[in-house]
Design a protein around this ligand. Structure first.
Ligand SMILES: [Zn+2]
Ligand SMILES: [Zn+2]
Length: 272
């Protein structure tokens, strides 16, 4: 049995469907647990960008998930948050940590520089602005990812190789980018997700690539399988492919979270 812990709500302004619809989708996909993890509010002047809840929305988010949880009981509904890691702003994540009884916090890198979210189609031309741009963007991204992995602020980390979203990959062996992040995650003990969202993007493959998964397995890092659903129909999507990738890399277990305590559970059969 599997869970889906990377799930959004309309509060982030780019997801559709109410929590009850996501929960119904999780049940019909045969999952035995769901967790919501909408894009966190940010510190400072608002709006920070156009794809997250404002700080004033946070109480609404908490109430929304609490109600959905009560309605769905005994089906387990977890409360999480997808937090944008920006080096130097760790204090804000620490503040968010205290604002609710979270089951888990997800760490994500979207911003490779102030005002530049690497997965935003608005900035896709920057990958082609010079012959070295792809390499430079990947370098910025992975530097931030390794810092996030070392921070100890999160329960698991999202979509590891996100800069491949539009199909841009540097030449050569990409393990040079993965290794520092994996070493940092192994040291801090943070888990990493396998996200099926990459299959729905031009990248056309899971986040992360299989080489990353193999290195993560060798380093003793734990994994979760998530969809990053922004619509109920995306819940549990392509999970069999992710389970196959996990098995191929040697993983046998995934994690569940309850009030930031982790529990290992066996990975379901990829054909389920
Ligand atoms: Zn989103
Ligand atoms: Zn997400």
């Amino acid at each position: 049995m599997l869970s889906d812990y990377h799930v959004h709500t309309p509060l982030c302004r780019h997801a559709i469907g109410e929590p009850a619809e996501y929960i119904a989708a999780a049940r019909s996909a045969g999952l035995d647990e769901i967790g919501f993890s909408d894009h966190c509010p940010m510190a400072g002047p608002e709006p920070f960008d156009d794809w997250r809840m404002d700080r004033a929305d946070l109480p609404r988010y908490l109430t929304m998930i609490e109600l959905a949880r009560a309605e769905a009981a005994p089906f387990p509904v977890r409360l999480g948050l997808e937090c944008d890691f920006i080096a130097g702003h760790e204090g804000w994540i620490e503040e968010l940590t205290k604002m609710a009884d979270w089951d888990y916090l997800i760490g994500s890198v979207h911003y490779v520089a102030p005002g530049w979210d690497v997965d935003n189609p608005r900035y896709v031309a920057r990958f082609n602005q010079s012959p070295t741009a792809v390499n430079e963007i990947w370098t910025m991204y992975w530097l931030a990812y390794a810092k996030m992995a070392a921070s100890g602020l999160f329960d698991f980390l999202a979509h590891p190789d996100l800069p491949k979203k539009f199909g841009h990959r540097p030449a050569g062996d990409l393990r040079r980018f993965y290794e520092p992040a994996i070493a940092a995650a192994a040291k801090s003990g943070v888990a990493i997700e396998i996200s099926t969202a990459g299959l729905r993007k031009p990248a056309g493959e899971l986040y992360p690539a299989q080489d990353f998964l193999l290195l993560a397995r060798e380093a003793g890092i734990e994994i979760l399988i998530n969809s990053d659903a922004h619509a109920p129909a995306e819940i549990g999507l392509d999970f069999a492919k992710a389970v196959d990738a996990a098995h191929a890399a040697g993983f046998t277990h995934t994690l569940r979270f309850d009030r930031r305590q982790r529990r290992r559970v066996p990975l379901a059969d990829g054909t389920a």
